[in-house]
Design a protein around this ligand. Structure first.
Ligand code: ATP
Ligand code: MG
Ligand code: FE
Length: 345
């Protein structure tokens, strides 16, 4: 079963081809291509939805052609066309959904709308060392921060989530305050390498709340307060403040993940989403989990942020598991807001 996957929920256009192999076998990635709009949005300090939609339209078919060529396949070989149905920017989602359904109708092939977060969640299955169910998942992206119990494809239970900002948002907003541009997560973490993480005392919100929820909105306020207090000294202390910010975010993520492991008794953790690329998070989680003989799985670094491969993979795994059937309903809709547990079985 050859699946074409299209991602266009935000500021990355991603297209990929995945081969489903049936049964429990992990589907294989044949090729994927990505165009990031980061450079285009940078001047505005964030994603401009209208520009994002227009750029997806320009990119999606050339990327599809590139992926087919790389995989040595023709469009007519595609069995199912999958696309990100939500959550995300409505106009951006409509581009991927519209193109996918048009391709499906033209080829007389069924289509499948995929949940973007299920794509992130299952992205570690694209790695050379894929996880096995069940596991605890820490989903840390630009728009979401959740701990989940995952018993199989489509079997998702949310254990805790952020009550305000996402972890990626905490990175991005703090980075913006420090003048590190957009998206600031990777830049802040690079600068933090040269700083002293103990230099500033920053809050660890909800660390001792006794549940698995997160809160990061207060952290950016604390960073702003520190930055203001430093005044002219800020430039010289920026790396220290970046390191302290990163340490605060990572400590909360690690401690809550360990609490989720204790609560569920699981021996496996999966980290997914853009913040899963963070080096300190990987180091600290690996060390804490090794001490407990718990295995941790990550997506490959270049597949932590948005991409088409995870969408094609999620579609393949849903089809193989019988969770969902592709359909010829080309009267598509998108779901800009769509909680992940809404698709749980
Ligand atoms: P969502 O998936 O919730 O809709 P999104 O698609 O925008 O949101 P992702 O693409 O998964 O999110 O991840 C982007 C986020 O990851 C950004 O906030 C970015 O700053 C953050 N990020 C990427 N790399 C790193 C890193 N090395 N350290 C910290 N944060 C990072
Ligand atoms: Mg993005
Ligand atoms: Fe994402």
């Amino acid at each position: 079963l050859l699946i074409l996957g299209i991602e266009s929920s935000c500021d990355e256009t991603g297209v990929a081809l995945v081969r489903g192999r049936g049964g429990d076998a992990v589907p294989t990635l044949l090729a994927h291509a990505l165009h990031s709009q980061i450079a285009m949005h940078q001047d505005y300090g964030g994603v401009v939805p209208e520009l994002a939609s227009r750029d997806h339209i320009r990119r999606v078919l050339p990327l599809t052609e590139a992926v087919l060529a790389e995989a040595g396949q023709r469009l007519a070989d595609v069995d199912v066309v999958a696309y990100t149905r939500g959550p995300g920017l409505a106009g951006a989602l409509l581009v991927g959904a519209g193109v996918a359904c048009a391709l499906g109708a033209a080829l007389d092939r069924p289509v499948l709308g995929v949940h973007h977060l299920e794509g992130h969640l299952l992205s570690p299955f694209l790695s050379s060392d894929p996880p096995e169910f069940p596991f605890v998942a820490l989903l840390v992206s630009g728009g979401h921060t959740q701990l989940m119990r995952v018993d199989g494809v489509g079997r998702y239970e949310i254990l805790g989530e952020t009550i305000d900002d996402a972890a990626g948002e905490a990175f991005d907003k703090s980075a913006k305050l420090l003048g590190l541009g957009y998206p600031g997560g990777p830049a802040l973490s690079r600068l933090a390498e040269q700083g002293d993480a103990k230099a500033f005392k920053l809050p660890r919100p909800l660390l001792h709340s006794g549940d698995l929820d997160f809160s990061f909105a207060g952290l950016k306020t604390a960073v702003l307060t520190q930055a203001k207090k430093l005044g002219d000294e800020l430039a010289a202390r920026k790396a220290d403040l970046a390191a302290s910010t990163q340490a605060a975010i990572v400590e909360v993520l690690v401690r809550k993940t360990l609490a989720a492991i204790d609560q569920t008794g699981m021996r496996r953790v999966v980290v997914a989403g853009g913040v899963g690329a963070n080096r300190l998070l990987r180091e600290q989680l690996d060390a804490a989990c090794a001490a407990r003989r718990v295995r941790v799985h990550y997506p490959e670094l270049h597949l932590c942020t948005d991409n088409g491969a995870m969408i094609a993979m999620a579609a393949a795994m849903r089809l193989q598991s019988g969770q969902q059937q592709a359909n010829r309903n080309y009267a598509f809709d998108v779901k800009p807001r769509w909680p992940l547990d809404a698709i749980a079985s």
